[in-house]
Design a protein around this ligand. Structure first.
Ligand SMILES: [Zn+2]
Length: 267
C-alpha cells in the first residue's frame, strides 16, 4: 500500500519537532518531498526505517531554509554511498528553475568536490515548469507554481493507486490552483495554527492558514482526506486532538494531523 512517512510536521522555527517534509512511498520506489532544515533529515529518515541510499527521487518546493537546507546532507549521503559503490543508479532532483542554481551553489560551497562531481552524471536535476508532468516511480506527477508572493514555490498533483493526491505546499491555496485539489482523494495542506489562536500566532501575516481555513477549503473542493502540517509547536502533545477537532467542525472527510514519524496509509 502507498504510504506517507511523515518526517517532520513543524514550521520553520520549530525545535521540538522537525520541519515539514515527508517520504511518499509507492510500489516502485519513493519520493522525498523537501529536506527540512538540516542534518535532521538523516536522523528522521533513519528513524522512519529508510537509508538515504534508498532515495532516488527528491522534490524541492522552494528556497526557504526549513525546506531546502537538508538537501546538502542528502547529496552528501547519496554521493558518499555512490563513492563507496553502495548506491544503485541515479538520484533525481526535481525543482523549479530558480532553485536549481541555489542547490548547486550551496552544495558547491559546503561539500567536497568528490561529492558534487556526481552532479549531471548520477545526480540529475529536473527543472519543472508550471503544469509540467513527470513520471516518477510509474506515476504521473503534475508540478505547478503555487503563485507565492514570498518566494517562487511549486507543489504537485500525483495520480497514485489510491487516487489523486494534491500536495499544495506551505501557503494557503491560491484560487488559480484550486483546480488541482478539486475532488482529491488526499489533500495535503499547511495549517500554521488553530483559528481560535490566530490572534496569538498571526498566521496571515506569514501567508499561512489555520486548521479551520484548510478544512473549509477541503470541504468546498470536495477532498476526501485532509492532512494538516507545517504548524506551530506550542502544544505538540495535544496538537493532533485540538487541530483535528477544529478541522472536523468544517470538513466531513478524514482528517490527519500527524506527529513526526507517523505513517499515513493512503487508501
Ligand atoms: Zn515552510
Amino acid at each position: 500500500m502507498e504510504k506517507i512517512h511523515v518526517l517532520g510536521t513543524g514550521n520553520a522555527m520549530v525545535t521540538q519537532c522537525f520541519n515539514t517534509c515527508y517520504l511518499l512511498e509507492m510500489e516502485q520506489g519513493n519520493l522525498l518531498v523537501d529536506c527540512g532544515g538540516g542534518n535532521g533529515i538523516l536522523r528522521q529518515l533513519k528513524a522512519a526505517g529508510f537509508d538515504p541510499a534508498s532515495v532516488h527521487h527528491i522534490f524541492l518546493t522552494h528556497e526557504h531554509c526549513d525546506h531546502l537546507t537538508g538537501i546538502v546532507w542528502m547529496v552528501r549521503a547519496v554521493a558518499t554511498a555512490m563513492n563507496k559503490g553502495k548506491y544503485q543508479g541515479e538520484l533525481h532532483i526535481y525543482c523549479h528553475s530558480g532553485l536549481e542554481p541555489m542547490v548547486r551553489t550551496i552544495c558547491g560551497f559546503m561539500l567536497q568536490k568528490k561529492m558534487t562531481a556526481h552532479f549531471d552524471e548520477r545526480i540529475l536535476f529536473h527543472v519543472v515548469e508550471d503544469g509540467q508532468r513527470e513520471e516518477i516511480c510509474g506515476h504521473t506527477f503534475t508540478f505547478f507554481d503555487i503563485r507565492s508572493t514570498k518566494a517562487p514555490q511549486f507543489a504537485f498533483l500525483a495520480g497514485l493507486e489510491c487516487g489523486r493526491l494534491a500536495f499544495m505546499g506551505d501557503e494557503p491555496v491560491n484560487p488559480a490552483c484550486e483546480e488541482y485539489a478539486k475532488g482529491a482523494q488526499w489533500l495535503l495542506s499547511e495549517a500554521f495554527c488553530l483559528d481560535e489562536e490566530a490572534e496569538k500566532f498571526k498566521p496571515y501575516e506569514k501567508h499561512h492558514s489555520t486548521a479551520a481555513d484548510a478544512a473549509k477549503l477541503a470541504q468546498r473542493l470536495g477532498a476526501k482526506n485532509l492532512v494538516l502540517w507545517h504548524t506551530e509547536e506550542s502544544d505538540l502533545a495535544h496538537r493532533k486532538a485540538r487541530y483535528t477537532a477544529e478541522a472536523a467542525r468544517y470538513f466531513e472527510g478524514g482528517i490527519y494531523v500527524p506527529d513526526d514519524l507517523d505513517v499515513i496509509e493512503l487508501k
